[in-house]
Design a protein around this ligand. Structure first.
Ligand code: IMP
Length: 448
């Protein structure tokens, strides 16, 4: 049984929430290792009419599985009020978090100043705006990297260390003020005191904790948020988020060595979406794009913004696959393509007369990229709820086979609808190898 990272292979919103939910029972612990409350997945309570839905933005959905320990890693930036509100939501529905949910004491606090800065900066950028989620993520990471941030451990410890930090922070406060962000040092001091008290029971030394678990043969799932193309190093910079959302981030963002991570499952949506600004070579601004948006319910969980939709892009996916080391794929939303006459897959770009197979580092080149497509016939058949790979239409199998060959990975999970049961699970590839005798828990989760 292995420790595995589950990561997004596009611009986020690939459907990682469902895949992680399916895999959770096979693991002892789930760790989120980057980002903050810019991410989001909807969870559902109850069945049938009167279902209650709400979104979790910070806490892994593993919290809904009894017996799975959930951790928020040092690579994350934590908005304490958002965290406490999620805990309260869960507890109102009878989900006890005490003892099962821990925060790394080295994670950084995301404060109202960061949120205010995010908003004024976006306004100031005008046409060059990034289209952030306005949650303060970029400024919170700036504080961390600029060495003026506040670790949760310091927040809770108070005393001299915290006072010294506060002094630095006061200087740091002048910067947002100069930029026109609203701030109130007195309110901040009150916030710090309240957070210190409320967060204290959740803190742990995550590196020590995970080391203990792994030495004792327990298994860990590392939950990525966003996607490879939003990674601050490997994504479409500057139109990215401010953390490492690829597999490498799982090690630095949780305090385990890279050698402790045995493999990565790359989650790939059967087409491409992107929310926010920035280049997206296969974007469709026609009826097909609208069809994908409608049929795929492509609206952001955190901001409600409509997502830009387009064809699958192998330049993007080869890049993501290489950086993540994704030997296993989870292909999602295949059913959204059911009604299309034909499908296209971008195999390379043409940029200024040159054929390019690898993702360019310069945004302007990517903006200028013209996709070179390979066309596949549509299957025009309902695949919703298919459970067995052999029951998929031949045209869908051809599309999936092509993807697997190009990415040198097996699609061991194929999602054919939003529900847990609507999934094709295959045990012959890397997933079966990694899960070993716990593979049965995934089959049980889909009702197989
Ligand atoms: P930030 O993470 O709020 O700074 O936003 C930076 C970029 O990442 C923007 O394009 C956002 O739309 C995008 N982004 C951040 N989080 C997510 C996510 O969970 N799904 C999809 N896009 C995201």
């Amino acid at each position: 049984m292995a420790n595995v990272a589950v990561v997004g292979m596009q611009w986020g919103d690939e459907g990682k929430g469902k895949i992680i939910d399916l895999l959770c029972p096979a693991f002892d612990a789930v760790v989120r290792f980057q980002g903050g409350n810019n991410a989001g997945h909807t969870v559902k309570f109850g069945s049938g009419e009167g279902d209650e839905h709400f979104a979790l933005h910070l806490i892994p959905s593993g919290i809904l599985h009894e017996g799975v320990a959930c951790y928020l890693g040092n690579g994350m930036v934590i908005n304490p009020d958002a965290f406490l509100a999620e805990v309260a939501q869960l507890e109102r529905r009878g989900i006890e978090t005490a003892g099962r949910l821990r925060l790394s004491d080295r994670a950084h606090a995301l404060t109202p100043v960061h949120v205010a800065l995010d908003i004024v900066r976006e306004e100031a950028r005008g046409a060059d705006r990034i289209g952030t989620t306005a949650k303060g993520i970029g400024p919170a990471y700036e504080s961390k990297i600029g060495r003026t941030g506040i670790r949760l451990a310091e927040l809770v410890a108070g005393g001299e260390a915290m006072r010294n930090r506060q002094i630095v922070r006061v200087a740091d406060f002048e910067r947002p003020a100069a930029e026109g962000a609203e701030l109130d040092p007195e309110a901040a001091a009150e916030d710090f005191t309240r957070w210190a008290e409320r967060l204290s029971p959740y803190l742990c030394d995550l590196s020590v904790e995970l080391d203990g678990l792994i030495r004792n043969g327990r298994t860990v799932l590392f939950e990525g948020a966003q996607g490879a193309l939003l990674d601050v190093d490997h994504g479409t910079y500057p139109y990215v988020t401010s953390s490492n959302s690829t597999t490498g981030g799982a090690a630095t963002g949780s305090g385990v060595p890279p050698t402790a991570i045995d493999g990565a499952i790359g989650v790939v949506k059967a087409y491409t979406t992107r929310v926010g600004e920035g280049p997206m070579p296969t974007e469709l601004v026609d009826d097909v794009g609208l069809h994908l948006r409608d049929r795929g319910h492509e609206f952001g969980t955190t901001t409600g913004r409509p997502r830009r939709c387009g064809w699958l892009d192998l330049v993007v996916l080869r890049h993501a696959s290489r950086v993540n080391g994704a030997r296993c794929l989870a292909l999602t939303k295949i059913d959204v393509l059911d009604e299309l006459e034909e499908l296209r897959v971008c195999v390379a770009y043409r940029i200024g007369g040159e054929v390019v197979r690898n993702l360019p580092a310069v945004t302007d080149r990517l903006e200028a990229a013209e996709p070179i497509y390979r066309t596949f016939p549509g299957w025009k058949q309902d695949t919703r709820g298919v459970l067995d790979r052999s029951d998929l239409p031949q045209a869908a199998l051809d599309y999936i086979d092509f993807l697997e060959q190009e990415l040198e990975a097996s699609a061991d999970l194929i999602s054919s609808g939003p529900r847990r049961e609507e999934t094709v699970v295959s045990g012959g590839g890397a997933l079966g190898e990694w899960l070993g005798d716990r593979f049965g828990t995934v089959q049980a989760a889909v009702g197989g």
